[in-house]
Design a protein around this ligand. Sequence first.
Ligand code: 4AD
Ligand code: MG
Length: 433
Amino acid sequence: MPQVVYIEELPRHVGEEVTIRGWLFNKRSSGKIRFLIVRDGTGFLQCVATAKDTEAESFELCERLPQEASLVVTGTVRADSRAPGGYELLLKELTPVQIPKEQFPITLKEHGVGFLMDHRHLWIRMRRQFAILRVRDAVLWAIREFFKGEGFVATECPIIVGTQVEGTTTLFPLDYFGEPAYLSQSGQLYLEATCMALGKVYWIGPAFRAEKSKTRRHLTEFWMAEAEMAYFEHEDNLALQERLVRYIVEYVISERKRELEILERDVELLRREVEGPFARVTYAEAVEIVNSHGVPMEHGDDFGAPAEDALSHHFGRPVFVERFPARIKPFYMKRAPDDPSVVLCADLIAPEGYGEIIGGSQRVDTEEELLRQLEEYELPREPYQWYIDLRRWGSVPHSGFGLGVERTIAWICGIRHIREAIPFPRMLDRLYP
Ligand code: 4AD
Ligand code: MG
């Protein structure tokens, strides 16, 4: 019996007879030769069938099998620079597992995006989606490896919560046995508690925001990598974020070369973007830069997509925007000691118009300031009592941030809309599949 292997392992099996279990992606004929493109989740492989080398029944099946038939193929591995991926299989035998009775809805031609989104459960089998989802896997591993290397403890935060953290306009309410509750917008408040127990903590979890507008950067359910560090001040926070983003990009470039090729990503550009120190500007400077690029914006406005695009093109590398006016940021951010109208925060804007990928800040660390902020933001004290407690026993300066996983993937992959950066996106008009 030939050894069962995966397509990505083929370089180690040249000249051997092997078996691969997968799906028929595409096929063509040229004279008396049949070419089957088989995929198995790890890659795509050209199988070559000829009347001479391939068993008669299998050869005949090559004609009839439709796209996405599941099958098991056996043959000899050949290195061939002309074959996509550099290897091909000289087909000896083919056994179908299931033969579809109808045409696969997604052909290799162009489809409208609405149609593709309706068939997301099948669309993910296509080559570009395969590449994006494998980059996603690498991004998540990079985040875990980075934090482990930096001595962080992995932890978890609740999804069902009783308080808001990022404003009331994007809450998903639910009924918790008669009590009002919400889906978590961010695990931050809980990480602030956990970092006082474990020092440096992170988690990768889902975040829910009832975003009522359709944009290419917003999902209603997305994933965030959040970190919180006791005894970290603003500068330590930014230095850590910069190391993280550089680590992720370099990790993906080295682990997902093939996938970035499929996506036709300009890898050299990506590498250059994170090579040197990231740019840093204050909010006030950023507003001027945005205006100088002809994008209207007033001091006190939040950055819209055109403003973020202007900034990213201006710098051509990731840029931290610091010291936002306190009134356009959430209640938990610490005021700058030299100017209490601004907060010790930073948003990290990705290059090439991929928008804000990180939001972070140093946190309010005294009870007095927190009580004052809760009042200013008209938030009730009662549900935040546990959070106030953190300032009553052993409060220390602390900082943290949240990195948007899908926006980071969109930037690294070079895809314009983040709906392709998650297997099953949730958006204003999308609950299925
Ligand atoms: O800037 P945000 O709202 O920050 C927080 O939630 C903090 N509490 C995180 C923290 O400090 N622990 O969100 C963080 C990041 C954004 O920079 C963006 O990349 C992403 O999460 N994000 C979204 N991604 C997709 N769809 C949405 N609707 C998003 N909202 C935010
Ligand atoms: Mg933000």
